[in-house]
Design a binder for this molecule. Structure first.
Ligand code: HEC
Length: 293
Protein backbone atom coordinates (compact mmCIF):
# COMPACT_ATOMS: atom_id res chain seq x y z
CA UNK A 1 0.00 0.00 0.00
CA UNK A 2 2.70 2.44 1.05
CA UNK A 3 4.66 1.69 -2.09
CA UNK A 4 1.61 2.14 -4.25
CA UNK A 5 0.94 5.59 -2.79
CA UNK A 6 4.59 6.50 -3.07
CA UNK A 7 4.68 5.38 -6.69
CA UNK A 8 1.51 7.34 -7.46
CA UNK A 9 2.93 10.49 -5.88
CA UNK A 10 6.19 10.07 -7.73
CA UNK A 11 4.29 9.69 -10.97
CA UNK A 12 2.28 12.85 -10.29
CA UNK A 13 5.49 14.71 -9.47
CA UNK A 14 6.97 13.65 -12.77
CA UNK A 15 3.90 14.16 -14.94
CA UNK A 16 2.38 17.39 -13.69
CA UNK A 17 5.27 19.74 -14.36
CA UNK A 18 5.69 18.08 -17.70
CA UNK A 19 2.11 18.64 -18.77
CA UNK A 20 2.23 22.21 -17.43
CA UNK A 21 5.38 22.64 -19.45
CA UNK A 22 3.80 21.09 -22.54
CA UNK A 23 0.78 23.38 -22.20
CA UNK A 24 3.02 26.46 -21.95
CA UNK A 25 4.93 25.37 -25.04
CA UNK A 26 1.64 24.79 -26.87
CA UNK A 27 0.32 28.23 -25.86
CA UNK A 28 3.51 29.81 -27.13
CA UNK A 29 3.18 27.94 -30.40
CA UNK A 30 -0.42 29.15 -30.82
CA UNK A 31 0.64 32.75 -30.11
CA UNK A 32 3.34 32.48 -32.76
CA UNK A 33 0.78 31.00 -35.12
CA UNK A 34 -1.63 33.87 -34.46
CA UNK A 35 1.14 36.26 -35.51
CA UNK A 36 1.92 34.36 -38.71
CA UNK A 37 -1.81 34.28 -39.47
CA UNK A 38 -1.85 38.09 -39.08
CA UNK A 39 1.16 38.52 -41.36
CA UNK A 40 -0.68 36.27 -43.83
CA UNK A 41 -3.51 38.83 -43.90
CA UNK A 42 -5.84 36.70 -41.77
CA UNK A 43 -6.17 34.23 -44.65
CA UNK A 44 -8.85 36.70 -45.75
CA UNK A 45 -9.76 34.80 -48.94
CA UNK A 46 -11.44 32.19 -46.72
CA UNK A 47 -14.04 34.68 -45.50
CA UNK A 48 -16.79 36.37 -47.49
CA UNK A 49 -16.58 40.08 -46.55
CA UNK A 50 -18.86 40.61 -43.53
CA UNK A 51 -19.69 36.89 -43.49
CA UNK A 52 -18.95 34.27 -40.82
CA UNK A 53 -15.17 34.26 -40.28
CA UNK A 54 -13.10 31.51 -41.89
CA UNK A 55 -15.95 29.32 -43.19
CA UNK A 56 -14.99 29.83 -46.83
CA UNK A 57 -17.56 29.82 -49.62
CA UNK A 58 -16.02 32.84 -51.28
CA UNK A 59 -16.08 32.54 -55.08
CA UNK A 60 -12.93 33.07 -57.15
CA UNK A 61 -13.08 33.12 -60.94
CA UNK A 62 -10.66 30.79 -62.75
CA UNK A 63 -10.12 30.56 -66.52
CA UNK A 64 -12.50 27.58 -66.75
CA UNK A 65 -15.07 28.21 -64.04
CA UNK A 66 -15.35 29.19 -60.40
CA UNK A 67 -13.60 27.82 -57.35
CA UNK A 68 -14.72 28.41 -53.77
CA UNK A 69 -12.44 29.01 -50.80
CA UNK A 70 -12.89 26.26 -48.23
CA UNK A 71 -13.96 26.19 -44.60
CA UNK A 72 -10.76 26.40 -42.50
CA UNK A 73 -12.42 26.34 -39.07
CA UNK A 74 -12.00 23.23 -36.92
CA UNK A 75 -15.48 21.92 -37.77
CA UNK A 76 -15.12 18.14 -38.03
CA UNK A 77 -17.32 17.57 -41.09
CA UNK A 78 -17.03 20.69 -43.21
CA UNK A 79 -13.73 22.17 -41.96
CA UNK A 80 -10.29 20.93 -40.93
CA UNK A 81 -11.36 19.44 -37.59
CA UNK A 82 -10.72 15.83 -38.58
CA UNK A 83 -7.51 16.47 -40.56
CA UNK A 84 -4.10 15.68 -39.05
CA UNK A 85 -1.40 18.35 -38.87
CA UNK A 86 0.42 16.59 -41.69
CA UNK A 87 -2.72 16.66 -43.86
CA UNK A 88 -3.14 20.41 -43.33
CA UNK A 89 0.55 20.87 -44.12
CA UNK A 90 0.20 18.90 -47.36
CA UNK A 91 -2.78 21.00 -48.43
CA UNK A 92 -0.96 24.24 -47.59
CA UNK A 93 2.35 23.42 -49.25
CA UNK A 94 1.59 20.78 -51.89
CA UNK A 95 -2.04 21.45 -52.75
CA UNK A 96 -3.17 17.90 -51.97
CA UNK A 97 -6.22 17.01 -49.87
CA UNK A 98 -6.27 14.00 -47.52
CA UNK A 99 -8.24 12.05 -50.18
CA UNK A 100 -5.55 12.80 -52.77
CA UNK A 101 -7.63 15.39 -54.61
CA UNK A 102 -5.65 18.34 -56.04
CA UNK A 103 -6.38 21.91 -54.99
CA UNK A 104 -6.62 24.59 -57.65
CA UNK A 105 -3.52 26.84 -57.50
CA UNK A 106 -5.76 29.80 -56.62
CA UNK A 107 -4.89 28.55 -53.16
CA UNK A 108 -1.28 29.84 -53.01
CA UNK A 109 0.33 26.55 -51.96
CA UNK A 110 3.30 27.11 -54.26
CA UNK A 111 4.14 30.30 -52.34
CA UNK A 112 3.52 28.66 -48.96
CA UNK A 113 5.86 25.81 -49.92
CA UNK A 114 8.66 28.26 -49.10
CA UNK A 115 7.41 28.92 -45.56
CA UNK A 116 9.75 27.78 -42.78
CA UNK A 117 8.56 24.66 -40.98
CA UNK A 118 8.45 26.48 -37.61
CA UNK A 119 6.03 29.03 -39.07
CA UNK A 120 3.86 26.40 -40.75
CA UNK A 121 3.63 24.34 -37.57
CA UNK A 122 2.68 27.43 -35.59
CA UNK A 123 0.02 28.56 -38.03
CA UNK A 124 -1.48 25.06 -38.06
CA UNK A 125 -1.59 25.09 -34.24
CA UNK A 126 -3.43 28.43 -34.46
CA UNK A 127 -5.86 27.17 -37.13
CA UNK A 128 -6.90 24.45 -34.68
CA UNK A 129 -8.17 27.18 -32.34
CA UNK A 130 -10.61 28.67 -34.89
CA UNK A 131 -14.06 28.06 -33.50
CA UNK A 132 -15.76 25.27 -35.45
CA UNK A 133 -18.52 26.55 -37.73
CA UNK A 134 -20.47 24.22 -39.98
CA UNK A 135 -20.58 25.25 -43.62
CA UNK A 136 -20.28 23.00 -46.61
CA UNK A 137 -17.96 24.45 -49.29
CA UNK A 138 -19.68 24.68 -52.71
CA UNK A 139 -18.20 22.32 -55.28
CA UNK A 140 -15.82 23.52 -57.98
CA UNK A 141 -17.75 24.75 -61.04
CA UNK A 142 -15.86 23.98 -64.20
CA UNK A 143 -16.69 23.39 -67.82
CA UNK A 144 -13.49 21.34 -68.22
CA UNK A 145 -13.75 17.70 -67.18
CA UNK A 146 -11.12 16.27 -64.85
CA UNK A 147 -10.06 19.75 -63.73
CA UNK A 148 -8.55 18.50 -60.50
CA UNK A 149 -7.09 15.22 -61.68
CA UNK A 150 -5.66 16.28 -65.06
CA UNK A 151 -5.70 20.04 -65.55
CA UNK A 152 -4.14 21.02 -62.21
CA UNK A 153 -1.14 18.66 -62.54
CA UNK A 154 -0.64 19.82 -66.14
CA UNK A 155 -0.83 23.47 -65.09
CA UNK A 156 1.70 22.83 -62.31
CA UNK A 157 3.99 21.10 -64.77
CA UNK A 158 3.88 24.12 -67.07
CA UNK A 159 3.86 26.96 -64.59
CA UNK A 160 4.33 25.61 -61.06
CA UNK A 161 7.21 26.83 -58.96
CA UNK A 162 7.65 25.22 -55.59
CA UNK A 163 10.32 26.42 -53.16
CA UNK A 164 12.67 24.81 -50.72
CA UNK A 165 11.80 26.28 -47.33
CA UNK A 166 14.59 27.78 -45.23
CA UNK A 167 15.35 25.72 -42.08
CA UNK A 168 14.32 28.76 -40.02
CA UNK A 169 12.48 31.95 -40.95
CA UNK A 170 14.94 34.83 -41.49
CA UNK A 171 14.87 37.04 -38.39
CA UNK A 172 15.42 40.50 -39.85
CA UNK A 173 16.60 42.71 -42.68
CA UNK A 174 15.87 42.49 -46.39
CA UNK A 175 15.98 38.68 -46.24
CA UNK A 176 13.11 38.77 -43.75
CA UNK A 177 11.25 41.17 -46.04
CA UNK A 178 11.71 38.92 -49.05
CA UNK A 179 10.56 35.90 -47.05
CA UNK A 180 7.37 37.67 -45.90
CA UNK A 181 6.57 39.16 -49.32
CA UNK A 182 7.06 35.87 -51.19
CA UNK A 183 6.02 33.19 -48.72
CA UNK A 184 3.81 34.59 -45.94
CA UNK A 185 2.12 37.91 -46.78
CA UNK A 186 2.07 37.06 -50.49
CA UNK A 187 2.14 40.66 -51.73
CA UNK A 188 3.34 39.29 -55.07
CA UNK A 189 0.44 36.88 -55.38
CA UNK A 190 -1.92 39.83 -55.90
CA UNK A 191 0.49 42.47 -57.20
CA UNK A 192 2.07 40.38 -60.00
CA UNK A 193 0.00 40.24 -63.20
CA UNK A 194 -1.05 36.85 -64.58
CA UNK A 195 -1.39 35.47 -68.09
CA UNK A 196 -4.71 34.23 -69.46
CA UNK A 197 -4.19 30.82 -67.87
CA UNK A 198 -3.72 32.42 -64.49
CA UNK A 199 0.05 31.92 -64.30
CA UNK A 200 2.09 34.78 -62.82
CA UNK A 201 4.13 36.77 -65.35
CA UNK A 202 7.33 36.60 -63.37
CA UNK A 203 9.15 39.20 -65.48
CA UNK A 204 6.49 41.64 -64.24
CA UNK A 205 6.99 40.77 -60.56
CA UNK A 206 5.04 43.25 -58.36
CA UNK A 207 4.27 45.53 -61.34
CA UNK A 208 0.48 45.50 -60.84
CA UNK A 209 -2.35 45.00 -63.27
CA UNK A 210 -5.53 46.68 -64.39
CA UNK A 211 -7.46 43.43 -63.86
CA UNK A 212 -6.59 41.42 -60.74
CA UNK A 213 -8.01 38.20 -59.36
CA UNK A 214 -11.45 39.75 -58.93
CA UNK A 215 -11.12 42.04 -61.96
CA UNK A 216 -10.07 45.06 -59.90
CA UNK A 217 -7.02 47.29 -60.54
CA UNK A 218 -3.95 46.36 -58.50
CA UNK A 219 -1.17 48.90 -57.88
CA UNK A 220 2.37 48.74 -59.19
CA UNK A 221 4.48 48.34 -56.02
CA UNK A 222 7.89 48.18 -57.70
CA UNK A 223 10.24 51.11 -56.94
CA UNK A 224 9.58 52.68 -60.35
CA UNK A 225 9.51 56.42 -59.62
CA UNK A 226 6.77 57.42 -62.04
CA UNK A 227 4.33 54.47 -62.05
CA UNK A 228 5.29 52.56 -58.89
CA UNK A 229 6.07 53.51 -55.30
CA UNK A 230 9.63 54.72 -55.92
CA UNK A 231 8.89 58.10 -54.32
CA UNK A 232 7.57 56.54 -51.10
CA UNK A 233 9.87 56.38 -48.06
CA UNK A 234 10.28 53.10 -46.19
CA UNK A 235 8.08 54.56 -43.43
CA UNK A 236 5.38 55.43 -46.00
CA UNK A 237 5.31 51.82 -47.17
CA UNK A 238 5.28 50.46 -43.62
CA UNK A 239 2.45 52.88 -42.69
CA UNK A 240 0.36 51.71 -45.63
CA UNK A 241 0.93 48.06 -44.75
CA UNK A 242 -0.11 48.68 -41.14
CA UNK A 243 -2.96 51.18 -41.60
CA UNK A 244 -4.07 51.35 -45.25
CA UNK A 245 -3.24 55.06 -45.45
CA UNK A 246 -1.17 56.31 -48.37
CA UNK A 247 1.24 59.26 -48.06
CA UNK A 248 -1.47 61.51 -49.62
CA UNK A 249 -3.84 60.29 -46.85
CA UNK A 250 -6.04 58.46 -49.30
CA UNK A 251 -6.76 54.95 -48.10
CA UNK A 252 -6.70 51.65 -49.96
CA UNK A 253 -9.83 49.65 -50.69
CA UNK A 254 -10.94 46.22 -51.76
CA UNK A 255 -8.66 43.23 -51.29
CA UNK A 256 -5.81 45.37 -49.95
CA UNK A 257 -8.02 46.77 -47.22
CA UNK A 258 -9.19 43.22 -46.46
CA UNK A 259 -5.71 41.83 -45.85
CA UNK A 260 -4.72 44.83 -43.72
CA UNK A 261 -7.90 44.61 -41.64
CA UNK A 262 -7.69 40.82 -41.86
CA UNK A 263 -10.16 38.43 -40.32
CA UNK A 264 -9.49 37.98 -36.59
CA UNK A 265 -5.94 39.17 -37.45
CA UNK A 266 -4.40 41.03 -40.37
CA UNK A 267 -1.38 43.01 -41.60
CA UNK A 268 -2.44 45.70 -39.09
CA UNK A 269 -1.25 43.34 -36.31
CA UNK A 270 2.23 43.06 -37.83
CA UNK A 271 5.18 44.53 -35.93
CA UNK A 272 6.55 47.76 -37.39
CA UNK A 273 9.87 45.96 -37.69
CA UNK A 274 8.36 43.41 -40.06
CA UNK A 275 6.50 46.10 -42.03
CA UNK A 276 9.81 47.95 -42.45
CA UNK A 277 11.56 44.74 -43.55
CA UNK A 278 8.88 44.38 -46.24
CA UNK A 279 9.39 48.04 -47.23
CA UNK A 280 13.16 47.59 -47.49
CA UNK A 281 12.75 44.52 -49.65
CA UNK A 282 10.24 46.25 -51.95
CA UNK A 283 12.68 49.15 -52.34
CA UNK A 284 15.36 46.68 -53.44
CA UNK A 285 13.14 45.08 -56.11
CA UNK A 286 13.50 45.68 -59.85
CA UNK A 287 11.66 48.90 -60.87
CA UNK A 288 9.17 48.22 -63.68
CA UNK A 289 7.29 50.92 -65.52
CA UNK A 290 3.59 50.00 -65.64
CA UNK A 291 0.94 52.64 -65.28
CA UNK A 292 -2.23 51.37 -63.60
CA UNK A 293 -5.37 53.51 -64.17
C1 HEC B 1 -5.30 40.00 -51.68
C2 HEC B 1 -4.61 40.84 -52.65
C3 HEC B 1 -3.49 41.74 -52.15
C4 HEC B 1 -2.44 41.39 -51.34
C5 HEC B 1 -2.13 40.04 -50.72
C6 HEC B 1 -1.64 42.58 -51.20
N1 HEC B 1 -2.19 43.62 -51.89
FE1 HEC B 1 -1.47 45.54 -51.96
N2 HEC B 1 -3.08 46.10 -53.05
C7 HEC B 1 -4.08 45.27 -53.50
C8 HEC B 1 -5.08 46.06 -54.23
C9 HEC B 1 -6.34 45.55 -54.88
C10 HEC B 1 -4.63 47.40 -54.18
C11 HEC B 1 -5.34 48.63 -54.73
C12 HEC B 1 -6.19 49.20 -53.65
C13 HEC B 1 -6.88 50.50 -54.05
O1 HEC B 1 -6.73 50.92 -55.19
O2 HEC B 1 -7.53 51.08 -53.18
C14 HEC B 1 -3.37 47.39 -53.43
C15 HEC B 1 -2.62 48.53 -53.15
C16 HEC B 1 -1.39 48.55 -52.54
C17 HEC B 1 -0.55 49.71 -52.35
C18 HEC B 1 -0.91 51.14 -52.76
C19 HEC B 1 -0.07 51.60 -53.92
C20 HEC B 1 -0.52 52.91 -54.48
O3 HEC B 1 0.20 53.39 -55.38
O4 HEC B 1 -1.54 53.45 -54.10
C21 HEC B 1 0.59 49.29 -51.73
C22 HEC B 1 1.80 50.14 -51.33
C23 HEC B 1 0.46 47.88 -51.51
N3 HEC B 1 -0.75 47.46 -52.01
C24 HEC B 1 1.42 47.10 -50.89
C25 HEC B 1 1.22 45.76 -50.55
C26 HEC B 1 2.14 45.02 -49.75
C27 HEC B 1 3.44 45.55 -49.17
C28 HEC B 1 1.62 43.75 -49.61
C29 HEC B 1 2.17 42.59 -48.81
C30 HEC B 1 2.57 42.87 -47.44
C31 HEC B 1 0.36 43.74 -50.35
N4 HEC B 1 0.17 44.98 -50.91
C32 HEC B 1 -0.46 42.63 -50.45
C33 HEC B 1 -4.18 43.90 -53.31
C34 HEC B 1 -3.32 43.15 -52.50
Amino acid sequence: MFYAIFAALALVAVLVPRSVHAQAAKDMMIERGRYIFAVAGGCACHTIPDGTPHVGGRAFPIPFGTVYATNITSDKETGLGSWSDKEILNAMTKGVRPNGEKLLPVMPYEAYSGMAEEDLKAVIAYLRTLKPARKETPRLKSWLPFSRSLIVPLWLKLFGRFSTPPPKAPKGGIERGRYLVDHVSLCGDCHTPRNRLGAPRRARYLAGTAGGLLGEPISNITPDKRTGIGEWSRDDIADLTLTGFKPNLDNVQGLMEEVIEGVSQGYKNMTREDALAIADYLKSAQPISNKIN
